[in-house]
Design a protein around this ligand. Structure first.
Ligand code: AKG
Ligand code: FE2
Length: 370
């Protein structure tokens, strides 16, 4: 009898050995009302966020660009956008034509999803098989590569939205009932917005043809959507909702109604303001590489809050997973030598990006030449 017990115990311990690979659920942790976040979430001293409101001195604040005016050929709006893409790599889009009702529905289904009981959300888990291997799609936390990795104070839900043939329908939640329809409609509208911004971005990069970046969003290009849920944290000064990173795709459209997002410029963090009805648009690594560094894929992070939870919806427009990316030849010259090597195939780059993220590195640094 005792032997059996001991065997069971040792089997359990062997299983437990791998437990660190399974990140805790942050919403559940927060709901238990701890005074301190568990040590796995506590960031190193120099990574701690200043919560008083970040905002180094800049003469050009993050601009609000009216895409409606832009489409009517407004030269001031075009100049504002072009300069934003070269400096911040990020701006706030208004006049984008996406109905406020649809933005509201997208926020509501996101909140409703995260408010479901844990067991229901875990039907869509991103950990698969006996070994609980991490896959990109599904519900869960960070990809954990080591026991000492500092974890983000965040739960996430990742889905492929385009091409439609790549959707894993089993992972598309059935609750709330309108989730699938709202996500389908919302991401299609954001894709149009992405195309309009990329046509302008080609000009900002100095590329001769308007379609050079926008055409990368072809029928094989993959759109990922990541829903992020940042529960309140008792010590927001000790954790990060989302560690510093840049996005790996062409362009990201972000919907969030509460503060928390910060962007790095010239070594200083700046709060991204919340403007009702606006979407945050930022460039990704693909554009930084193709533009040979003329345009920026900004490093950004999310800080936590003690008082309120936050959800956000990030739509990542990436290229055909088989495609490698390199600087456009027109943007390489003696005065501006090539700054990046060719990347891996985009599908592999996205995977590498998540691994780099877990290690606290940036995937784009691996292809940087100078
Ligand atoms: O939640 C946010 O505001 C940003 C999320 C983000 O950066 C991401 O999902 O890549
Ligand atoms: Fe991001």
């Amino acid at each position: 009898m005792e032997t059996v017990l001991r065997e069971e115990e040792s089997r359990r311990m062997a299983d437990d050995d791998q437990q660190w690979k399974v990140p805790p659920n942050v919403q559940e942790l927060a709901a238990a009302g701890p005074e301190e976040p568990p040590s796995r979430y506590v960031v190193r001293d120099h990574d701690r966020p200043a919560l008083a409101g970040a905002g180094g001195d800049v003469t050009d604040p993050i601009p609000v660009v009216d895409l409606g005016r832009l489409s009517c050929g407004d030269a001031d709006e075009a100049a504002k956008l072009q300069s934003a893409l070269q400096t911040w790599g990020l701006f706030l889009a208004v006049g984008h034509g996406i109905e406020p009702g649809l933005l509201g529905e997208m926020m509501a289904v996101t909140r409703d999803f995260f408010n479901l009981p844990l067991e229901e959300k875990q039907r869509y888990t991103n950990l698969v098989g006996d070994k609980r291997e991490y896959r990109i799609e599904g519900y869960g936390g960070d990809m954990v590569l080591s026991e000492t990795q500092v974890l983000d104070w965040c739960d996430r839900f990742y889905l492929i939205v385009d091409p439609e043939s790549r959707r894993l329908h089993d992972l598309w939640p059935t609750r709330p009932p309108s989730f699938r329809d709202v996500l389908h409609r919302y991401s299609a509208r954001c894709r149009e917005l992405a195309g309009a911004v990329l046509r302008e971005a080609a000009g900002a990069a100095g590329l001769p043809e308007e379609g050079r970046l926008a055409d990368m969003l072809d029928e094989k290009a993959v759109t990922y959507v990541r829903l992020n849920c940042y529960a309140p944290c008792p010590r927001p000064d000790r954790v990060l909702g989302f560690r510093p990173h840049s996005d790996g795709g062409v362009l990201t459209v972000l919907l969030a109604e509460t503060a928390g997002l910060q962007v790095l410029r010239d070594g200083e963090w700046h709060d991204v303001p919340v403007v009702p009805g606006a979407l945050v648009v930022n460039l990704g690594d693909v554009v930084e590489v193709v533009s040979n560094g003329v345009l920026r894929s900004p490093v950004h992070r999310v800080v936590a809050s003690a008082e309120r939870g936050r959800v956000s919806v990030a739509a990542f427009y990436t290229v055909d997973p088989e495609r490698e990316v390199e600087p456009a030849p027109e943007l390489v010259s003696e005065e501006r030598p090539r700054r990046y090597e060719k990347t891996k195939k985009s599908g592999d780059y996205v995977r590498e990006l998540l691994e780099s993220l877990a290690r606290g590195e940036r995937a784009i640094d691996k292809v940087k030449l100078v």
